[in-house]
Design a protein around this ligand. Structure first.
Ligand SMILES: [Cu+2]
Length: 517
């Protein structure tokens, strides 16, 4: 007789977990959620407190860079990480900041002050902001007291808009192009003297932010070799469900649940007509039951009903990959959305008979959301919030499992003249992605992961649903740094950004600074 452990044991575990989470939520700090915004840059020097011409209501924190005044142009020649471009190519800002701080105005010890929100400066009064030389710095200012304020970095010609109402927020963005110590302060008359002043330190011993927790990022270049032109056969796949503490962001960790200890799980690659025998083992030290539902499976639950496996156990099932395509797989044990948000998702490619057209490089990228109890950006271990999950209000939205996964840790790398293919999927569990590569046009989009329909051609942004995937291809003509985003660009501020760094010579002359010849 077969029984599926959906029953009382799971219910008890879930109930215990829920009580624990609710307790934590009740005891947690009543931290105010920091507002976030994309950069406005290059504002003129701050004489007294001249306001930018565009100043309007200050409550809306989101300004898309394309429309932001003086925002860096999308095609700005930006140096690949670690390979700075000549200074002449560096504008005052770039598409994404290198470092971000949030400060909230407050009255501390009877004086006016800026108080750090999140990260290493959390709670610090007039915190010292430490940055590296030439970093693009984004400072978000939240009005915490209802009086008129702004923030200025005069040596860098940066001043924010003024914020008047409590809760309103604004940003200042600049490139830290001189080494040394500089004051930042509020330019409203009397406020600097009343305490609103701190230090910006550029260069020196600007320490790398400490990283805690194991790196669970799946390298986007970690894609198995093409199946190509071979007859159908039996393929055996073994996966392990592993629960472990991992790095969520610099200085922040989270209790991830994974397939094979990375997020996303391994990229599985089979052929149409293959018989796939899948073994799922759940490690001894797991607390939860786990399972797998592959969208490439024809059969109830996609495998989930046959693979509910308790800690220390193992289950096997077999399916025939009837339909070619690019499919999501994920854990499907209650609460399913909880298992997915914690990292249990991946992609399986079922190649059509004869294989896919050859390309020079293939990449594997997945988008996911993380629902922490505390606001985005805080240090330390971050607890899961079932309430935010059910309200679909993630704090973190990331590529390959963590903030910085595809920028600092494992960016995509290729060369000019190459054609690249990105297998992009959305683990979710909830948000739809408007997948876009800044500075590129997708030559071919295999919409919704369908490999049997003709691809769309010449696409800017493609919609990928939760639990869906897409295969895109494009040729690289120009060197530089291209940026993978969800064009719901507020999500950049929650971690959703990746780099494709393209090296090589600029032989094709399809893009350059200055006028036409
Ligand atoms: Cu699971």
């Amino acid at each position: 007789m077969k029984t599926y452990p959906y029953g009382s044991r799971v219910s008890r575990l879930l109930a215990l977990g829920l009580v624990f989470v609710l307790l934590l939520a009740a005891c947690g700090p009543a931290a105010e959620e920091p507002a976030r915004s994309l950069p406005e840059s290059g504002q003129d020097a701050a004489p007294e407190h001249a306001l930018p011409a565009s100043q309007q209501g200050t409550a809306t924190p989101v300004v898309a860079p394309e429309s932001g005044q003086d925002a860096a142009p999308e095609h700005q020649a930006t140096a690949p990480a670690g390979e700075p471009a000549p200074a002449s190519q560096q504008g005052p800002a770039s598409y994404t900041p290198d470092v971000s701080f949030t400060l909230q105005t407050a009255i501390a010890d009877g004086r006016l002050a800026f108080v750090g929100v999140g990260g290493a400066i959390d709670g610090a009064v007039n915190p010292t902001l430490q940055v590296a030389l030439d970093q693009v710095v984004q400072v978000t200012l939240i009005n915490g007291d209802g009086a008129l304020h702004d923030i200025a970095f005069p040596e860098f010609n940066a001043i924010s808009e003024q914020v008047m109402r409590q809760g309103a927020s604004t940003t200042a963005v600049f490139r830290a192009e001189q080494e040394g110590e500089f004051f930042y302060f509020c330019t409203v008359p009397g406020h600097r003297q009343a305490g609103m002043e701190g230090l910006l330190v550029v260069g020196g011993d600007a320490a790398e932010p400490e990283v805690e927790g194991d790196n669970l990022v799946r390298d986007p270049a970690d894609v198995p070799a093409p199946v190509g032109d071979r007859p159908a056969q039996t393929v055996r796949v073994a996966l392990e469900a592993v629960e472990l503490e991992g790095r969520l962001a610099d200085g922040a960790t989270y209790s991830f649940w994974t397939f094979d200890s990375t997020v996303p799980g391994p990229f599985l690659r089979v052929r149409e007509g293959d018989t796939v025998e899948l073994t799922l083992r759940n490690l001894d030290d797991s607390l939860m039951i786990h399972s797998i539902d592959l969208h490439a499976v024809t059969g109830p639950g996609g495998g989930a009903e046959l693979t509910q496996v308790a800690p220390g156990g193992e289950k096997v099932f077999t399916f025939v990959a009837l339909n070619p395509g690019l499919y999501v797989y994920h854990c499907a044990t209650p609460m399913v959305a909880n298992h997915i948000t914690n990292g249990m998702y991946g992609l399986i490619l079922v190649e059509p008979e004869g294989g896919l057209p050859p390309v020079d490089r293939e990449f594997y990228v997945m988008q996911g959301e993380i629902y922490t109890d505390a606001p985005f950006g805080l240090h330390g271990h971050q607890d899961f919030s079932v309430e935010k999950l059910l309200n679909e209000q993630p704090e973190y939205i990331v590529l390959n499992g963590a903030v910085g996964a595809l920028t600092d840790i494992s960016p995509l790398r290729a060369n000019t003249g190459e054609t690249v293919r990105i297998f992009f999927g959305v683990g979710g569990p909830n948000l739809t992605s408007s997948f876009h590569v800044i500075g590129e046009i997708m030559d071919r989009v295999y919409d919704e992961g369908s490999l049997t329909a003709a691809p769309l051609t010449d696409v800017q942004t493609t919609l990928v649903p939760a639990g869906g995937a897409v295969m895109v291809e494009f040729r690289l003509e120009e060197p530089g740094r291209y940026i993978l985003v969800d064009h719901s660009l507020s999500r950049v501020e929650r971690g959703l950004v990746g780099f494709l760094i393209v090296q090589g010579n600029d032989a094709e002359d399809v893009f350059r600074a200055g006028g036409a010849e």
